[in-house]
Design a protein around this ligand. Sequence first.
Ligand code: WTA
Length: 651
Amino acid sequence: MSDATAKTYPPSADMVARAHVNAQTYDKMYQASVTDTDGFWREQAQRIDWIKPFTQVRDVNFDLGSVSINWFADGELNVSANCIDRHLETRGDQTAIIWEPDSPEDAAKHISYRELHSATCRMANVLRDLGVTKGDRVIIYMPMIPEAAYAMLACARIGAIHSIVFAGFSPDALAARVNGCEAKVVITADEAPRGGKATPLKANADKALAQCDASVQCLVVRRTNGDVAWNEARDRDYNALAQDASDKCEPVAMGAEDPLFILYTSGSTGQPKGVVHTTGGYITYAALTHEVTFDYHYGDVYWCTADVGWVTGHSYIVYGPLANGATTLMFEGVPTYPDASRFWQVCEKHKVTQFYTAPTAIRALMGQGKEYVTKSDLSSLRILGTVGEPINPEAWNWYHEVVGHGRCPIVDTWWQTETGGHLMTPLPGAHDMKPGAAMKPFFGIKPVILDPTSGQEIDGNPAEGVLCIADSWPGQMRTIWGDHERFEKTYFADYPGYYFTGDGCKRDADGDYWITGRVDDVINVSGHRMGTAEVESALVAHSKVAEAAVVGYPHDIKGQGIYCYVTLMSGEEPSEDLRTELRNWVRQEIGPIASPDLIQWAPGLPKTRSGKIMRRILRKIAEDDFGALGDTSTLADPSVVDDLIDNRMNR
Ligand code: WTA
């Protein structure tokens, strides 16, 4: 499947004609970006307003023991001014943020750049009055409401470093992050409505703050006006304070390498690590990738369905789009509330032109049937995007046909919290897409495929191995907060001289890239290396399968066997015959070496609240090692784990 013989989907002539980047300009710009890297980025950084222009472009060292990454280091700028102030003259009345609330019964809000400016300044002044100054850390634990964006931009305006904790995280996880970065203030809301239910954020914050230093203050935004406990010494009412605050606040000049934010993310080992992004390089990279990947043009309405609690929300709901003066849609709800047509109704209502979501959402909606999609008018859509995991060709085709009516290019963007922005993606007016391929490196990105054993680069096509990046780019993370040594060990130790992504990758005969999944998910069956994503893709290609997760487990003869957790389409009954049918299906789709050893019917899979399947848990269950399941507090529904344990195969 994942090779040069895959069916390709060229962009339409219209798309090519209007795109910022077509095939010729891509080739020219890419060449320039990797041959004269300094010159390329010096020019690209001019899209940013600098308070003090930089003279040095980059100063980078990937050598273990002295890793150091600097871009535009002697320049000064302010990210909030770049996202707001500089647009006021030309587009003050243009909508910056469209806010779509959880319930379709409630009114959407249109916030102009001028309104965004006042609201951000008020928030910045409130934070200043709480004693927050340049370099201080502020935790944001919020629903998807405009105040979350104001809070991010207010921090950037006064030079505070924000760290957003996804509203689905537990009080313990929140406390660990407050303590981890020694935050001065936690900004939260009374409650977070999502899918018709309200998460008691303030109550969670109360529990978290009981485990934190008494000096940490809590700023509470009223979202639902629900009842909350109040600690006079610690809690502050944002709405009351904002009313009295000035709506003018001068942006602080920040060094290009001053931290902009910390975002905690899970690694393959240990506690979550605080990924640090800085100011000048990050905003340059987020803005450029947003404009080019989504081919953003003036007047477009761009919607990324992520949450600001994840990096996608940082770069592609707030910073990238606003730096470009775009209209960005912020959605508080979930794809299936009140029913599975919600995404498409919102697209119709706000005439969305670019729509960016995760494969897991596409698969979930695909399982509900296409009637939910076809009843909405999706003619405004021009470009579709996916992010977060490999997309299987079936989901890709459904997205392309049913949602995009075959008209819209799909940008399958591969990147990571660590990378700040897209590193590989097809560009909508430049590349013939292949379902499931991340295709081409973005400007300035030098992907290399290494032999995992020897660490040597594999030249030529086709190639398969671990994916590293040979050189720095402006959006690259700079360190792990408080633990530079761990940063070096995690990303620069295994393959000296490269940034190690943790992903496996193939380059096909055409030289196009395909992400095969985390290398920690690669299994070795009878000496054959296999991507679990490949088996999953085969399983979900079966008409009776809604979702599948595949892990390795110890197998006496093969070394590792293939363990499949399968969720059937609603209405399908599990049976021994169906097991055989699926086994044969996979043998047929990939080959006999991929034949599933064990298939367990899984009514649900353990997922984080962001929709990522927690493979660590599935691997442990497959290994019959239930004592060591680890932290299950971040699961959307912890009860699915009990069911999987009870029904573990082959006991
Ligand atoms: C995976 C999300 C295949 C990959 C932006 C990566 C993908 C990890 C894709 C980072 C994609 C992300 N195709 N795999 N288009 N996008 N991934 O930090 O394994 O939450 O290393 O960042 O997601 O996840 P993170």
